[in-house]
Design a protein around this ligand. Structure first.
Ligand code: HEC
Ligand code: HEC
Ligand code: HEC
Ligand code: HEC
Ligand code: HEC
Length: 440
């Protein structure tokens, strides 16, 4: 089944795709990862563990057990739990944890079961749980979310939104609070900020919580943002390598974790390539003043990765487009003067080939040297950098629709295509005036 799923994507016939599925499927074949489930985590009161920093092997152990997939069902909640303490949906957590809830619901983790994912799941059989896991393990990883998807598929209602005012089924919440924080109805979280001990589990809501330093460690994120070493690779490089890129960078040596950049002050924002300010903080863009010499207009645009803790960008999904062109007094681009440079890891829509890899590693840079004859109407030289965060998926959805392979999810795939182009934005724009044509 899993091998089939991989082949289907490599052949480009099935349509269903995520860049990350491949690793999971191949890795599970090689490592037989679907083996017997481990018993639930032993629980410890936070009072015992909050102040002691865990040695690194303890963190690895915690992460391995916490993120062993498929995640075991939570089981029955303790009898003393009220309904809101027993509930797993994010709105229930939000009644007490309003700050985290308000941040999270604007994040991409909250939208991890958007139309692009759901649209590809709709053709799966309701009972095909292993197949669902190929995607759910990262996009909606709790057993209760898998059950909710099965029920939706069986009733034919997988694509419909819940009626106005009614709660959404659990799988629609994507990477929700409980996916990261709850196992066996026990809450797990980072040590308190001031290192103080949590109160008495008997008096706190949801029986208190267990603290672990693993929540502040980059390996916590690697569970979904890094392929295993034997995962799917193209041109000798893993398709998903964010954690290893980070580990090889100075940020790891300086102790700057994923959380320090993506969850500043523990905020549940997870902003990345879709957010202008985040990208601006991650790169430094410089241009030289334009020069005209022997009838050649020359200038250089340089992009340096000065604050991104991994390759810029890390995934094959985004495309960064650097452009330099001349424009007239009417601010229109003059024909024949545009030079472009793409930054990204370009792969074919069926993920069988790497076409180019021009991503910028931490502290490295890329330059676009512009050398073009000056246009007689040129009034300015324009430097522009555009970000297309979902460029891969735009191509993938177009392919799927053009080939008539979107199946039952066609409406959702159309919506996903629209969203994937709407996310593009201009990161940088700089107009350098040129001397009057008469004077040059
Ligand atoms: C009835 C209110 C209430 C509800 C509902 C609730 N919590 Fe809590 N939660 C608390 C309180 C109070 C604490 C204790 C805070 C402390 O000790 O500093 C806490 C502690 C936590 C902690 C530990 C915080 C830390 O410092 O590490 C986590 C994680 C957590 N809750 C997650 C959740 C999740 C996830 C949900 C929903 C599935 C949830 N909670 C639902 C009230 C609630
Ligand atoms: C190993 C974890 C992992 C697995 C398994 C996985 N994904 Fe993803 N997926 C991600 C991450 C991380 C992103 C965001 C980065 C990106 O866009 O590449 C993502 C992004 C996406 C997106 C684009 C964003 C969006 O919500 O529209 C789609 C579509 C998608 N995945 C579909 C799938 C499908 C379908 C499967 C199963 C066939 C799957 N994924 C399996 C981790 C995973
Ligand atoms: C992708 C995983 C993930 C999701 C989803 C998630 N959290 Fe967290 N949460 C974390 C991590 C990691 C930390 C610790 C960050 C750090 O130490 O820098 C944390 C910290 C917390 C804390 C302690 C905050 C503090 O200031 O001490 C609470 C409470 C909490 N989360 C509740 C929630 C609630 C409620 C939701 C849903 C609305 C949620 N989390 C969703 C990973 C997650
Ligand atoms: C359960 C799996 C899972 C875990 C654990 C997880 N993520 Fe994610 N993350 C995803 C998926 C899936 C997406 C893509 C959501 C989408 O767009 O469909 C994502 C998206 C993101 C994005 C948005 C990227 C963009 O395109 O702008 C950032 C940033 C991010 N994650 C950082 C983190 C960090 C930091 C941690 C650790 C605290 C973490 N994630 C833990 C699954 C996970
Ligand atoms: C020093 C700050 C920093 C650190 C550390 C860092 N990131 Fe990022 N990350 C960024 C910036 C800036 C961006 C936006 C530019 C980009 O997309 O490369 C980003 C983008 C992303 C994205 C968007 C997708 C993409 O293709 O770029 C994901 C996912 C992500 N980071 C996950 C992680 C994970 C997981 C870790 C830890 C292993 C991590 N980041 C460590 C700064 C950081």
């Amino acid at each position: 089944m899993r091998i089939w799923a991989v082949r289907k994507i490599l052949d480009g016939e099935g349509g269903m795709s995520c860049l990350l599925l491949l690793s999971c499927a191949l890795a599970s074949v090689l490592a037989a990862c679907g083996e017997a489930e481990k018993p639930p985590m032993p629980t410890k009161s936070s009072a015992q563990s909050a102040l002691v920093p865990l040695p690194t092997t303890e963190i690895q152990k915690f992460v391995d057990i916490h993120w062993e997939r498929p995640i075991a069902p939570q089981g029955k909640p303790p009898a003393r739990f009220s309904p809101v303490e027993a509930a797993l949906d994010p709105d229930s957590c939000g009644t007490c944890h309003a700050a985290q809830f308000n941040d999270w619901r604007g994040s991409l983790h909250a939208r991890a079961m958007g139309p692009g994912v759901l649209g590809q799941l709709g053709d799966m059989k309701a009972g095909a749980r292993d197949e669902h896991q190929e995607c759910l393990r990262c996009h909606a990883p709790l057993a209760e979310q898998a059950d909710s998807l099965v029920a939706a598929l069986a009733s034919g209602g997988a694509f419909a939104d819940a009626p106005q005012g009614a709660p959404q089924p659990l799988h629609r919440h994507g990477v929700m609070c409980a996916a990261c924080h709850v196992r066996g109805h026990q809450r797990y979280g980072p040590p308190r900020r001031d290192g103080s001990e949590a109160g008495d589990p008997a008096t706190l809501p949801h029986g208190g919580w267990v603290s672990s330093g693993a929540f502040a460690d980059s390996r916590f994120c690697a569970a979904c943002h890094q392929f295993p070493t034997d995962g799917y690779a193209l041109n000798g490089k893993l398709l998903e390598n964010t954690y290893e890129e980070w580990k090889a960078s100075r940020y790891a040596r300086e102790g700057r974790t994923c959380q320090s950049c993506h969850m500043p002050d523990r905020r549940h924002l997870w902003r990345g390539i879709h957010d202008r300010e985040t990208v601006q903080a991650g790169v430094t863009i410089d241009v030289t003043a334009p020069r005209i010499q022997s009838d050649v207009l020359s200038a250089t645009l340089t992009i340096k990765n000065t604050g991104t803790g991994h390759h810029f960008p890390t995934y094959v999904t985004p495309r960064v487009v650097a452009e330099v062109y001349q424009e007239g007094a009417d601010r229109k681009m003059l024909k024949g003067t545009l030079r472009e440079y793409f930054i990204g890891r370009l792969v074919s829509p069926d993920l069988s080939k790497e076409i180019a890899d021009t991503r910028i590693a931490p502290d490295e840079q890329a330059s676009l040297d512009y050398q073009v004859p000056p246009h007689r109407n040129a009034a300015a030289l324009v430097f522009r950098v555009r970000i297309e965060p979902d460029a891969f998926y735009t191509g993938f959805y177009r392919d799927l629709l053009a080939g008539g392979r979107a199946g039952k999810g066609e409406q959702l795939i159309r919506q996903a295509l629209k969203e994937s182009t709407a996310s593009a934005f201009t990161l940088y724009l700089n107009r350098q005036p040129l001397p009057d044509p008469a004077a040059r």
